[in-house]
Ligand binder design. Structure first.
Ligand code: TXA
Ligand code: MG
Length: 351
């Protein structure tokens, strides 16, 4: 298959309406289009077309019991695909949509099992990215879209990441530049009696509590070994976000962390890399190791938006052992550490 590319002006995608219409007609005909969102790039197909949705699983190499998020561009589409909308669900949608929040509702029959991974619920997100919205409006159908990476790899935050994973496997890639947040959406299950966070993201527990008072956190997010209690978001049980390199996170007070990482680097005779920050990069020898800066500690959003790009860069430079500085787990750092720990296979050293 030949994958076509279209560069879009993400500030004003109307300028590229011909390309967007082309993408929308691929979706309507049952094809696959990768497109930018404010979180990560999505791999889109018509959510109501089971044959189209199956192609997503094939292109990504994704297990078929791992359900997809359905993207919408108006509230009518929510009522088309979901039922029994709870009051907390309504409040969260009003507070955070359009935006980086995915809500789980009971599904309507129009959502095929292929989209919901056989569950009787459906994950719904109303994104805020202008290109994503224009594509949804022109396609006139809800679009199922997981992150547009090969299953297990870090999610794509740039069109070039999608290209390196899926070129030749999908119909089209829309290049709308770098994604604003860089981590996947927060997922909240509002299908039961009590709202529960299934995946942390840029919309934090605190922000959710301010709207609905109380919210649970799925236990599997808090611990490494999920064998005993399977996560409620089926995708969270799979190995994720991993570069080919072995990743070790070192957590603790900044100077002790850099001292420990330098010790580990000295003991290691493989191709080594360090994931450092703007504040700490000078503490490592960048002639002997690939030292990559993930962002500024005082600006967690910069870290969120670069994390997956940096993890992919270690692979690009064939690094075999990565030592990553850890972070506290407050606010957005909770989501950052959730993804980083998965990338490291929960290999964490505390100093
Ligand atoms: O930011 C995002 O959410 C991106 C962009 C493209 O929107 N999408 C994304 O999709 O991250 P994906 O497929 O990589 O992750 C979706 C997660 C998986 O862990 C999946 O198991 C969970 O959502 N999920 C989907 N439907 C679900 C459901 N009905 N119940 C519980 N978990 C669900
Ligand atoms: Mg994903």
């Amino acid at each position: 298959m030949i994958t076509t590319f279209a560069k879009i002006n993400c500030e004003n995608p109307q300028e590229n309406i011909d390309d967007i219409n082309n993408a929308a007609s691929i979706i309507k005909k049952g094809g696959l289009v990768a497109f930018p969102t404010e979180t990560v790039y999505g791999l889109g197909a018509d959510a109501l077309n089971p044959i189209a949705v199956k192609k997503i699983y094939e292109a990504k190499g994704r297990p078929s019991d791992n359900p997809l998020i359905v993207h919408i561009c108006n509230i009518n589409q929510l009522h088309q695909i979901a039922k029994d909308i709870s009051l907390v669900g309504k409040k969260l949608a009003e507070a955070f949509w359009p935006g980086a929040l995915t809500l789980i509702f009971r599904k309507n029959n129009c959502i095929p099992n292929e989209t919901s991974g056989g569950l009787d619920t459906v994950a719904v997100r109303f994104p805020s990215n202008k290109t994503a919205l224009l594509l949804l409006e022109q396609a006139k159908t809800p679009i199922a879209a997981p992150s547009a990476n090969t299953s297990g790899k870090p999610s794509p935050t740039k069109a070039e990441h999608v290209k390196s994973d899926l070129d030749g496997k999908i119909d089209m890639i829309i290049d709308g530049g770098s994604c604003e947040f860089g981590l996947e959406s927060t997922i909240v299950d509002v299908s039961g009696d009590k709202a529960c966070i299934l995946r942390p993201g840029s919309i934090t527990e605190q922000m959710i509590k301010e709207v609905i008072g109380e919210v649970g956190i799925d236990q599997s997010i808090l611990k490494a070994d999920t064998d005993n209690s399977p996560p409620k978001a089926p995708g969270m049980k799979y190995k994720h976000y991993s570069p080919s390199a072995n990743v070790t996170i070192v957590c603790g007070e900044t100077l002790s962390v850099s001292k420990k990482i330098n010790e580990l680097l000295n003991q290691c005779n493989k191709i080594t890399g360090v994931m450092a920050t703007e504040e700490t990069k000078h503490l490592y020898d960048s002639e002997k190791n690939l030292v990559l800066v993930v962002g500024e500690r005082k600006n967690p959003k910069s870290i969120a938006s670069n994390l997956f790009d940096v993890l992919r860069k270690f692979d690009y430079y064939n690094v075999e052992e990565v030592f990553a500085e850890g972070f506290s787990e407050n606010d957005v750092y909770f989501a950052i550490m959730n993804r980083l720990k998965k990338a490291a296979g929960f290999n964490v050293i505390r100093v």
